[in-house]
Every structure is written in C-alpha cells, then in structure tokens.
Design a protein around this ligand. Sequence first.
Ligand SMILES: Nc1ncnc2c1ncn2[C@@H]1O[C@H](COP(=O)(O)OP(=O)(O)OP(=O)(O)O)[C@@H](O)[C@H]1O
Ligand SMILES: Nc1ncnc2c1ncn2[C@@H]1O[C@H](COP(=O)(O)OP(=O)(O)OP(=O)(O)O)[C@@H](O)[C@H]1O
Ligand SMILES: [Mg+2]
Ligand SMILES: [Mg+2]
Lengths: 255, 255
Amino acid sequence: TARIVVIANQKGGVGKTTTSINFAASLAILEHMVLLVDLDPQGHSTTGLGFEKPNDQAGAYALLTGTPAEALVLNTEIATLQIIPAGKDLARLEFSDLTDESQLYNLKNALNQIKENYDYIVIDSPPALGTMTLNAFTAADELIVPMPCEFLAMDGLVELVDTLNAVQKQSNPSLQLGGILLTMAEERTNLGSAVANEVRKSFPGKVFKTSIPRNIRLAEAPSHGKPIAFYDLKSKGAQAYIYFTKEWLRRKKNE
Amino acid sequence: TARIVVIANQKGGVGKTTTSINFAASLAILEHMVLLVDLDPQGHSTTGLGFEKPNDQAGAYALLTGTPAEALVLNTEIATLQIIPAGKDLARLEFSDLTDESQLYNLKNALNQIKENYDYIVIDSPPALGTMTLNAFTAADELIVPMPCEFLAMDGLVELVDTLNAVQKQSNPSLQLGGILLTMAEERTNLGSAVANEVRKSFPGKVFKTSIPRNIRLAEAPSHGKPIAFYDLKSKGAQAYIYFTKEWLRRKKNE
Ligand SMILES: Nc1ncnc2c1ncn2[C@@H]1O[C@H](COP(=O)(O)OP(=O)(O)OP(=O)(O)O)[C@@H](O)[C@H]1O
Ligand SMILES: Nc1ncnc2c1ncn2[C@@H]1O[C@H](COP(=O)(O)OP(=O)(O)OP(=O)(O)O)[C@@H](O)[C@H]1O
Ligand SMILES: [Mg+2]
Ligand SMILES: [Mg+2]
C-alpha cells in the first residue's frame, strides 16, 4: 500500500510545488508508481505539469467532497506518474473553525480507496496551516519540509513542528517528520551557511544531505509544463532532485 | 487623512513583507508619518522590525475584534514609523464563508479611528485571497503587487485582478491598482526578461519603472530586526526601495 508524503511549509515561496513535482517525477522515473495530489487552490503543481485547473466537478475539490478518487486521477506523460489536479474552488473548503475535527479526515478517507494502486502518494500543500494542510497531515505517513536558507523561512519552523505534534496527538499518531530539504540553497553566502548550520543544529539528523541549489532551469520548467528531468535532465536542478530522491529511498530502506 | 496601501499577492514568497517593511520605512525616512499594519498570521513584518508577535490581547487580532487602534500602535526606531504587529491568533479570523460580507469591514472600521494621525498606512497581507486580504482590500485606497519575474508568480495575477474587480463592485468602489513592482529581479536571465515583458504588455502603464534587484542584504536585514535602509543604506536593495518610494510619491503628485 502507498506511503503518503506531504510537502508542507506555511512560509510562502519556499519550493513546495517545485519539490512536489520533481520528487514525484523522480520517484516515477525510478519506476515507482506515483500519484501527485495538488491540494493548493493556486493549482501550481497542476499548471506546472501542463494541466488545466479543474472546476468543482473534478480534481481535489471533488476528491474532498465525496467523488471516488479513481474517477479523478489523470495520466501524465510519465507512465508511472498520475495526478489529481486542483483549482481555486478548493479555497471554499478552508474552515476557520479547526476544532471541528470531522473536516480533517476527508482526504484520508478519499485516498484510502486508491492507496493500493501506488507505491507513493505525494501531496502539495498551500502556504498556510489551514484545513487543506491539516487534511494532508492527517492523511500522510511523513512530512517533508522544503526550506530556503533564509531568516524568515526559519522563523516558521517552530510553528510547523507544533502543528505536526498536535496532529500526531489528535488525528494521526503515525505521522513522522521525514526531514528538512534545503532549497534554493546558496550556502556560499554567510546568511545561507548560517541558517543551514542553525537548522542542522536544531533538527539533528533531520536535514537531508542533498540540498537543492538555486538553478534558473527549475523556475523555467513549469512554464513548459514539465518536471525538470524532462525539461533539462543535465541541469543542476534535475540532478539534485534525483540525488535527493535516491537519498530518501535509501533512508526508507534502512528504517 | 491617510492614504491606505495594501501590499498583496496570493503567491507565496514574492516579497510582500520585504516590500511592506521597506516601503513603509522609506516613506518614514522621507518624513511622512506612516503606520505599518501586519495582517499576516506569520507575523513577518513584525519580526522583521524586531518586535515580538502578540497574543490575541494586542496587535492585529485585537484591532479586528474591537480594541481601539490607538491602544495597539507601537513605536519603532524611526520616529515617523509606527506598527500594529501580528501573531498566529489572527488565523482564527479567517472565515471560509466569504459571502458573509459583514466580516469584510472590520479593518476599515478600525482604521477609520486613526487615519487622521498618518500620511500613509501600509498593510502587509498573507499569501492567500482570504478574509485578511479581503479586509485589507476593503480598507485600502490602493493595491501594490510585488511580483518576481517567474512563471508561477505570473499565473496568479489574473485571479488577483479578478478579486480586485470583485471588491471594487462589492465593498470598496474606490480601490485602485497602484501598480506592479518587479521584485527579486534578475532581468538578465531569459526567463526574467520574458516574464517582465509579458507583464508590461498585460498591464500597460502599471509596472513601476523601478524594479527591486535580487540582493542578499534584503534577506539579511530581517534577521537584524531592521529595514534595509538602517541595515545597509548603500546596498542595491536599500537604494532600490528608496528609488521606488520616490517614484511612487511622484506618481501620486501627478494624479
Ligand atoms: N532551486 C530553485 N532554484 C530556482 N528557482 C526555484 C527553485 N525552487 C523553486 N524555484 C522558483 O521559486 C518560486 C517559488 O517556488 P515554489 O512555487 O515551488 O514555492 P512554493 O513553496 O510552492 O510557493 P507557494 O507558497 O506559493 O505555494 C517559483 O517561481 C519556482 O519556480
Ligand atoms: N529583492 C530581494 N533580494 C533577495 N532576497 C529577497 C528579496 N526580496 C525578498 N527576499 C527574501 O525572499 C524571501 C521571500 O520574501 P518575503 O518573505 O518578503 O515574501 P512574502 O511574499 O512576504 O512571503 P509570504 O508569502 O510567506 O508572506 C524572504 O526570505 C526575503 O528575505
Ligand atoms: Mg506552491
Ligand atoms: Mg510575507
């Protein structure tokens, strides 16, 4: 049955979508069966792979409101990668009253029907700790946190970990912190290496050895609707995501 | 009475906070009386100026729930700049039922009491088109949209403009698009100049001539709790925000 991984960080623009697309694509290229679920009303995993954003009759909105998952899955160019896209209607499902726990299990229940069809399910989340992200935390086995080596991005880690702990106590005891992935890494700057060291100290053993360098090809690939490996395989960005994926798979084997 | 400017873009990590802090600080340095309102539960305008994030008894949460604004304003190092900070409690005020218009006027009503005390009020908003951002749109005279020259950031502009139009029809007919500020600009890359040209074509006359270059000092300044002008006045980042502020003031004079 599939291992479900949520890519999350409430800080905006840290590389959640870029990581979701390229981690899912790299797993698929390494011949695992993968489903990418876009849970962000911005729908950037959707457009980043060249899909139209759905209305409320399809995609993630339909998934969370009871349409069987199997009817919502779309094929991509990669035989072993499928996607459930997202559109702006998804924002209508954000509830402010987060104490109403019943709303937090919609995704978990929906994915239970199709978990058998995949090795891995990767979930892209919006820049907030609201209903979509909490649904993803409740459904997932593991959380991966993309983080640029910047001060403001580090500020939110405490709250993200508090949310992880709260979900473990409430709705999903088996959710684990898979690790922190340093993105847009420019460790050669003082700020970059200072932040990287701070994060490695605060989360010993939890920062992936592979970091993703800043690489313009990663920012270009979504405009072509392709994962980086299909846009420019030789680029530093593509190679970094493949290394990261292999490091992640090795860690899973050793656990 | 103060002109109220909201800095918004639902795309994450585009420079909303960096622009809010440094535009407000530059206006204050040019001897205008300025209030910066942090309306993002992440509280990054708050920490970026060296303040603690408040609980629900102070700051923006208290402002939106009825405490008089004058009691919530804090002084900064700059005599002509004051701030109303934000903390995570603010997220409790995000309502999913956005058709309930009564919730959209809380900020406008709260700021009406203190507008006379300032020349400009600058509002930082979260990466979403939810209740906080709609409150800011309802209270504001003008919207400034920070935008990096990246494909995914361009994708959200249509929805942002749709929201602007909806607010103009519903809760604030006088809200104008002040302009688009190109941030983290690396126009020497093909992607950068392609996106910049596309945006200038789609929004004729609305893209500010000054763009903010990518400059590591801008990412360092918040870790020192200071606006860039007080951290490194000679840096490209500080100079760009002062040029931008002067361009904006000239535009206001000529309108
Ligand atoms: N390693 C990288 N090098 C260069 N550009 C990158 C890199 N990673 C991401 N980007 C670009 O930076 C921007 C932000 O990345 P992305 O959209 O993936 O972040 P996000 O966390 O998903 O944002 P949001 O919070 O809006 O969902 C995008 O334009 C993306 O193309
Ligand atoms: N011109 C620039 N040059 C270099 N770094 C920048 C620049 N502008 C912003 N940054 C850095 O990029 C990151 C994103 O900027 P910022 O936090 O201001 O964006 P935001 O839109 O407010 O993000 P969010 O969507 O999370 O509120 C921050 O770490 C900031 O320090
Ligand atoms: Mg994203
Ligand atoms: Mg911000």
